[in-house]
Design a binder for this molecule. Structure first.
Ligand code: SAH
Length: 441
C-alpha cells in the first residue's frame, strides 16, 4: 500500500501559522539577551520569598517552579503555542509532520507483528495538533488498523492545555469525565471513537503494549547547571541580587552539591547541563518497552553531549532573559541525546539521533509534499505547504537543529528468535523507518 498517498489524501488541513514566528530550537546563550520585562510577577514574589527563607535555589528548582508550579507556573494556565503565543513547533507549522509520524507508528506496529491492541502515549501534547494529524492517518489507513484496539494516553500537567487537547481531539461530542483527584484526571472519546485518557505522570499510564511519543517535551524538563572552577565543579544557583531587591541573579554554589553526581567522570567541557528528570523518564520508557514491546519516538532540539550553556527563555516569539519576569516566558534547554541513550541502560536498542531533515526525508516528506500540492490550486495553501516544508527541512531552520531518537526492543533489530527453530533461518527484521542505514548498525 502507498501509505503516503493514503495518509489523509482527501484532507488538506486549514492554514497553519508559518512566518515570522520563532521556533525554540534556535540557539542563543542565556547571558546575552536584553531584559525586556522588568515587572515583578507573582512568580518572582514567590521565588524571592522562597530564596529568603531557604537560600539560593538550583536552576532545576527554578525551572520547575517557573514552568509547572500548580498555581503560577508558565505552562499551567495559558496557551503559549502559535501565532498569539510565545513559540511555534513543527506540528503547528505543517500537517505533513504529524502525518509522517503517524506512518512511522503504523510501520513499527506492522514490523513488530501487528499486535491486537496498542496504546499511543504522548508526553507533553501541547494543543493536541500532532495527535490530531496522527489520528487522521490512522483513520485513512483504517482498513489496516480495523481489528486493532487503539487507545490514547496523554501525559500533561497543564490544565489549560489539556482542555485545548480535549477540544482538538474530541470536539466534545461525548462529554468528558473529569476527576481532579484521580491519576486519570480526564477521560473522553475522540471524534473517530478512540478512548482517550489524561494523566499528570507517565508512571500512571497502564503498563501495556504502547507506542510513546515525545515532541519538544524533554527540553522543558529542569536542568542543573555546573561550572568548572579551580576548586572543581560548582553548581549554578539562582539568588536575589543584593543591589536590586526584586531582581534575581546567578551565583555559584560555594561547595559541591549533590547533583554533581550526574556529571560524567571523563567530562571535558567547562560548563554542563544535566537533566535527571529526563533520565527518569527514559528509564521508565526503556523498562516498559523491554517488558511489553512497542517503541518510543523522541524528537527535540539538542546535541550529543557537546554543548554547554543552552538555557534560554522565549516570550512573544522573542528571546527573553531567563531570570526576568519569571512565569511569563517559556524556559528551555537543549536535550543531551547522549545522556538519554545512556539512561536507557541497554534495556532497549536506540536509533539516532538523526537530524530532522534526514528523518523526514527518509519517511517520504518529498513525496507527501507533491501529493498535497497536486491536490490544490489554491495559491495560499500551496504557499503554506511550501513554506512549512522549508521551515521543517531547511538546515538553517529546523532541519538540522532538531533530532529524532527511537527506542525499540532489542529483538526488533535482531529478529524474533522465539519464532525460529533449528530448520528455519532467523527472519531478517525490516529496517526501522526514518532511520535509514542507522537501523543496521
Ligand atoms: N508537543 C507539543 C508541545 C510542546 S510544549 C508540540 O510539539 O507542539 C511542552 C509540552 O509539555 C506542553 O504540553 C506542556 O504543558 C507539557 N509539559 C511541560 N512539563 C511537563 C511535565 N513535567 N509533565 C508533563 N507535561 C509537561
Amino acid at each position: 500500500m502507498n501509505f503516503l498517498a493514503a495518509a489523509g489524501s482527501r484532507r488538506l488541513c486549514a492554514m497553519r501559522a508559518v512566518f515570522p514566528y520563532l521556533w525554540r530550537g534556535k540557539y542563543f546563550s542565556s547571558g546575552n539577551e536584553p531584559a525586556e520585562n522588568n515587572s515583578v510577577t507573582p512568580m518572582l514574589r514567590h521565588l524571592i520569598y522562597k530564596i529568603k527563607s531557604t537560600g539560593p535555589i538550583t536552576v532545576a528548582e527554578y525551572m520547575k517552579e517557573v514552568l509547572t508550579n500548580p498555581a503560577k507556573g508558565y505552562y499551567m494556565n495559558r496557551d503559549m503555542l502559535g501565532e498569539d503565543g510565545d513559540f511555534i513547533t513543527s506540528p503547528e507549522i505543517s500537517q505533513m509532520f504529524g502525518e509522517l509520524l503517524g506512518i512511522w507508528f503504523i510501520s513499527e506496529w506492522i514490523a513488530a507483528g501487528k499486535n491486537a491492541a496498542f496504546q499511543l502515549v504522548e508526553l507533553g501534547p501541547g494543543k493536541g495538533t500532532l495527535l490530531g494529524d496522527i489520528l487522521r492517518v490512522f483513520s485513512q489507513l483504517g482498513s489496516l488498523l480495523k481489528n486493532c484496539d487503539i487507545s490514547l494516553h496523554l501525559v500533561e500537567v497543564s490544565q489549560k492545555l489539556s482542555e485545548i487537547q480535549a477540544l482538538t481531539l474530541t470536539e466534545e461530542k461525548v462529554p468528558l469525565e473529569r476527576n481532579v483527584e484521580s491519576p486519570v484526571y480526564m477521560k473522553g472519546v475522540t471524534k473517530s471513537g478512540i478512548p482517550v485518557s489524561w494523566y499528570r505522570d507517565l508512571q500512571d499510564v497502564p503498563k501495556e503494549y504502547s507506542f510513546y511519543l515525545a515532541h519538544e517535551f524533554f527540553d522543558v524538563l529542569p536542568v542543573h547547571k555546573f561550572q568548572k572552577t579551580p576548586h572543581g565543579w560548582r553548581e549554578v544557583l539562582v539568588d536575589i541580587d543584593p543591589q536590586v531587591s526584586d531582581k534575581l541573579r546567578f551565583v555559584l554554589a560555594p561547595c559541591a552539591t549533590p547533583a554533581e553526581a550526574f556529571i560524567q567522570n571523563d567530562e571535558t567541557r567547562d560548563h554542563v547541563e544535566v537533566c535527571p528528570e529526563a533520565g527518569i523518564v527514559i528509564q521508565e520508557l526503556s523498562e516498559r518497552i523491554s517488558l511489553t514491546g512497542g517503541a518510543a519516538l523522541i524528537a527535540d532540539y539538542g546535541h550529543d553531549g557537546t554543548k554547554t550553556d543552552t538555557f534560554r527563555g522565549f516570550c512573544g516569539h522573542r528571546l527573553h532573559d531567563v531570570l526576568t519576569a519569571p512565569g511569563t516566558a517559556d524556559l528551555t534547554a537543549d536535550v543531551d541525546f547522549s545522556y538519554l541513550r545512556r539512561m536507557s541502560q541497554g534495556k532497549v536498542a536506540s536509533l539516532g539521533p538523526i537530524e530532522q531533515q534526514a528523518f523526514l526525508r527518509n519517511m517520504g516528506i518529498d513525496v507527501r509534499l507533491k501529493i498535497l500540492l497536486d491536490k490544490t490550486d489554491e495559491p495560499s495553501l500551496r504557499q503554506q505547504l511550501l513554506q512549512g516544508y522549508n521551515m521543517l527541512m531547511n538546515p538553517m531552520k529546523m532541519g538540522e537543529r532538531f533530532n529524532f531518537l527511537a527506542l525499540v526492543p532489542h529483538q526488533r533489530l535482531h529478529g524474533r528468535t522465539h519464532q525460529t527453530n533449528a530448520r528455519q533461518s532467523k527472519p531478517s527484521p525490516s529496517p526501522v523507518a526514518g532511520f535509514g542505514e542507522l537501523a543496521w548498525r
